[in-house]
Structures are given as structure tokens and as C-alpha cells.
Design a protein around this ligand. Sequence first.
Ligand SMILES: Cc1cc2nc3c(=O)[nH]c(=O)nc-3n(C[C@H](O)[C@H](O)[C@H](O)COP(=O)(O)OP(=O)(O)OC[C@H]3O[C@@H](n4cnc5c(N)ncnc54)[C@H](O)[C@@H]3O)c2cc1C
Ligand code: FES
Length: 272
Amino acid sequence: MWKQETELKQTLARIISNEKVTYNTHLIWLDAAEIASSAQPGQFVSIRCENLLLRRPFSINQVNSTHLAILIKIIGEGTRWLASQRKGQRLDILGPLGHGFAIEPSARNLLLVSGGIGIAPLIFLAQRAYQQHSITLIYGASTSAELCPFSAPQPNMPKNFTPSPGETRIILVTEDGSAGEKGTATSILSPFINWADQIFACGPAAMYLAMSNIPIDGLKRSTCQVSLETIMGCGIGACYGCTINTRKGPKKICHDGPVFQMGDILWQEMKI
Ligand SMILES: Cc1cc2nc3c(=O)[nH]c(=O)nc-3n(C[C@H](O)[C@H](O)[C@H](O)COP(=O)(O)OP(=O)(O)OC[C@H]3O[C@@H](n4cnc5c(N)ncnc54)[C@H](O)[C@@H]3O)c2cc1C
Ligand code: FES
């Protein structure tokens, strides 16, 4: 559906806002016109974090005219540093990188499945697709405190992801039952599979392994795309550090992905 070949840009992007949206997650809006203008859902940017040798990859979470947002879960040195950056400071970002989600022209009903911070690229996908498609978004987390609110504050910005009623259905699910249904994104997936023309998933390895175990008749693997995560070296296809074996031969997650057809992945070999 979307043109995937986009020109790579490096820029010093000014931080427009940096808001803490959960106890360990920040939403950062950046002024990055050249990257925002060509970014597609499922693509990512890589960001230099202070003195760290390797840039850190983050999905493009939202785009709004000349601005783009990233949603960052703090897990280590780089994300801690990013979360501490203030409005007005600049980030060295490179993007848009990789190949994102592809919606088939005939698809009408889209099922989006996210686990944890995997929500990040699916918000962008929903933003782009909801006017032409019927969307159901399953958003799973371990507990309610891990769920990012959809109306995260964005000073000086128009409204962010605003699912239009009747077109986007959001189903929350938590492992401890503290919000939405009790379970995991995959444990409540089955009733929606036949409804969906296409499925787009982003989440932890355990979520994909559970999905890959859903009987072949139930989950049409050809219609399911997954966004893979790994630790990246260069992020631009040069170092081969993110190479995985697939049914279509070796593929680089940063360059050929991060979005792949689920049926192409050799799940038993994956160490994501
Ligand atoms: C294509 C892509 C898109 C991503 N999108 C997002 C996003 O939108 N939001 C977000 O919060 N994160 C995202 N990530 C993950 C993010 O890049 C890492 O969390 C970040 O690089 C960690 O940097 P750090 O310096 O804070 O942690 P580090 O100090 O580098 O690592 C802390 C710990 O986490 C482990 N780790 C680091 N990165 C990964 C990884 N990618 N997979 C598994 N384990 C890892 C390390 O081995 C270490 O144990 C994405 C990753 C990829 C590849
Ligand atoms: S991270 Fe270097 S090739 Fe993918």
C-alpha cells in the first residue's frame, strides 16, 4: 500500500516535547521534517545516545506534518539518557530505516496485535489506515501500569492517535487482569482471526512464538506481518549483525525488515 523505498536522512532534530506517559515510558516528539515526510508505518529511526558507540533503534510511533514521535521504554543506558533529554535539546537521528508494514489493496479488516512497547509502530499504522479500514487493536501488557494511554499529552501539538468510534476497536488485555481482559494478546486472539483480512503484530519474542503455535488453519500466516526486534550494530544493512535465516534465505532485520511475513520466519531458530 505504501511506497517503501525512502531516502535516508540524518538530522539534528529538536525535541518539541518529552512526556512521561507511564512509570517507565516516554513519548518524545521531534521536529524532523525530512524524516517525517517520507516515514512509513513500521519503519524506524536510529538515535545517537550521548557517548554510546551504537545508535539505538526506535519505531516511528506517530507522524504529524513535520514532526515525528517515538515512544521509549527505559531499559538501559541509552533509553535512560533519551528519557532525560529536555524540550529544545537536539537529537542526532537517522531515518527512516527499514521496510515497514504493507497493507494489501483488497484488505478491509485489519487486526493489530501488540505486546508491551510493541504498541509503538502499530499506532502509526492505525493512524494511517483507520480512515480506509476497519481496525481492531489488541493491546496487551503485563499490568495496567505498563499500558500507555492513548491520549498522551503533547504540548503544542494537534491531537494524537484518536481512533474514530466504530472504525477502530481497542481491546486491552493484561496478564494480571488489572485492566481490560485477563490474559495475553495472543490468548484472546482466536475469535478475531477469521474477521481479519490482515494481521500486523509487534511485541516480544514470546508473543510471536505463541502466535506461531496457533494452528495453521486458524492463523493465515500469509496474511500476518510481524515486526522483529534485535540488538542492532549499524542499523543500515552494512554490518550483517542482525542477519537471520528465513524461508527466503538470510535476511537483515534492519534492512529487509524489521517487518516480515510471519510465515517466512524460522521460529525455532529465532533468538530474538
Ligand atoms: C526495529 C526496532 C524498533 C524498536 N522500537 C522501539 C520502540 O519503539 N520503543 C522502545 O522503547 N524500544 C524499541 N526498540 C528497542 C530499543 O532499541 C532498545 O530498547 C534500546 O536500544 C535499548 O537501549 P539501551 O541503551 O537503553 O539498553 P542497553 O543498555 O543497550 O540494553 C539493556 C538490556 O536490554 C537488552 N536489549 C537491548 N536492546 C534490545 C533489543 N532490541 N531486543 C532485546 N533485548 C535488547 C540488552 O541486551 C541488555 O540486557 C526497538 C528495537 C528495534 C530493533
Ligand atoms: S544492524 Fe548492521 S546489518 Fe543490520
